[in-house]
Design a protein around this ligand. Structure first.
Ligand SMILES: NC(=O)C1=CN([C@@H]2O[C@H](COP(=O)(O)OP(=O)(O)OC[C@H]3O[C@@H](n4cnc5c(N)ncnc54)[C@H](O)[C@@H]3O)[C@@H](O)[C@H]2O)C=CC1
Ligand SMILES: N[C@@H](CC=O)C(=O)O
Length: 348
């Protein structure tokens, strides 16, 4: 059985959920032909911990926020990301720190350090993918390692890999969808009578929101995801700043109630479309959809994306768009892709 040593960079909701699955469900991985061992963890709150024989996950998961790895063998109160990424005995670096919609840092550097030291990277962080995805993928190919990021769009719902693998023989001309779980959840809760701030607090407790939820509400999270989809699947070379973006921050409870009374539902819609002259035009904006629109019934933290294709017309994928465990699954699917690469296998 192959064992992959993991370094978890960021020990918040998503990476903790992955650690819990590794602790509680080893059979899930052994049935895939590998086992996972966490040999390093870094986090702004806890510091860093490196134990080559494997960290006792039950013990570190039981540590309250506010405590430190300092005092544990291999522990320190500083995150020491660079040293850990470059020098720990990890095969795969699991990057799940905060997303920066501005420059993708420090996650871009985390990914680069890992690749340059011969380690595979799996990440749910949208920043490096949207802002430096092409260069990091090239760097990974040149270093003989994988850079995988299924969770960057629609959490664990396998939209990027599915489109690459299953829609490969089609011409894709547009993607349109609900791509942020928090804002969709918030709009639904406002329909139920909650204020915007109350609904955001619920989304934070449920693990859907970004560390700074203005990214969800103001649309910058969807902007990154639209740029990723446009570049990955429509062959565009756009920067997130090319995506004209309006969030839901100005939608009031009255707007929501008024829309409902008229049979409409406000949704934050991200879209990228190929124009007849070949240009890719991309946007994020709230739209009050007619109740019979296919995206109007997508509720809660569920997301959906529709691909406009030449031979099949619209192909729509729907599933969780946020959530700690749901996003940890994206990391598992990325690790399976790394395993396929390492073993030279093609899974059915
Ligand atoms: N929660 C979700 O539903 C989804 C999250 N994502 C992305 O996954 C990533 C992680 O998300 P969550 O775990 O929910 O966030 P979180 O906010 O719960 O955890 C992030 C952790 O990273 C740590 N951190 C931040 N900067 C760091 C640094 N420079 N060095 C070391 N540690 C650092 C923080 O202390 C925190 O514990 C984010 O980039 C997010 O955008 C993607 C899809 C869905
Ligand atoms: N905050 C994001 C998490 C996933 O990317 C969302 O709510 O969709």
């Amino acid at each position: 059985m192959t064992t992959y040593n993991l370094a978890l960079i960021g020990f918040g909701g998503v990476n903790r959920a992955l650690a819990e699955l590794i602790r509680d469900e080893p059979q899930r991985f052994s049935s895939l032909g590998f086992e996972l061992r966490v040999v390093a963890i870094t986090d702004l709150a806890f510091g860093s911990l490196v134990q080559g024989d494997g960290i006792d996950l039950a013990a570190v998961l039981a540590m309250p926020r506010g405590s430190s790895f300092d005092g544990l063998p291999g522990g320190s109160s500083d995150p020491r990301n660079e040293e850990v990424i470059k020098n720990s005995p990890a095969d795969i670096v699991v990057e799940a720190t905060f997303t920066s919609p501005v420059d993708g840092e420090p996650a871009v550097s985390h990914v680069r350090w890992a690749i340059e030291s011969g380690k595979h990277v799996v990440t749910t962080n949208k920043g490096p993918v949207a802002l430096q995805g092409t260069s990091l993928s090239k760097l990974a190919a040149g270093n003989g390692v994988r850079f995988e990021y299924e969770g960057a769009v629609m959490s664990g719902t396998p939209v990027i890999r599915l489109a690459h693998k299953m829609l490969g023989g089609l011409e894709l001309n547009a993607v349109q969808g609900i791509l942020n779980g928090t804002s969709n959840y918030v709009l639904g809760r406002m329909e139920a009578g909650l204020r915007l701030d109350e609904a955001i607090a619920e989304a934070q407790n449920l693990g859907y929101a970004e560390a700074d939820p203005t990214a969800d509400i103001g649309g910058s999270d969807v902007r990154l995801k639209v740029a990723i989809l446009a570049n990955e699947l429509l062959g565009a070379t756009i920067h997130p700043s090319d995506v004209h973006t309006t969030g839901i921050q100005d939608i009031t409870s009255d707007d929501v109630a008024q829309a409902l009374a008229n049979g409409l539902r406000w949704k934050l819609i991200g879209e990228a479309r190929r124009e007849s002259d070949g240009r890719i035009v991309a946007s994020v904006q709230p739209i009050a959809l007619e109740a019979d629109h296919p995206l109007a019934g997508i509720s809660g933290a569920t997301n959906a994306v529709s691909f406009t294709t030449d031979l099949l017309g619209a192909v729509t994928v729907s599933g969780p768009g946020a959530g700690r465990v749901e996003t940890a699954y994206a990391l598992i699917s990325d690790i399976i892709a790394v395993d396929d690469f390492v073993k030279g296998a093609v899974r059915a």
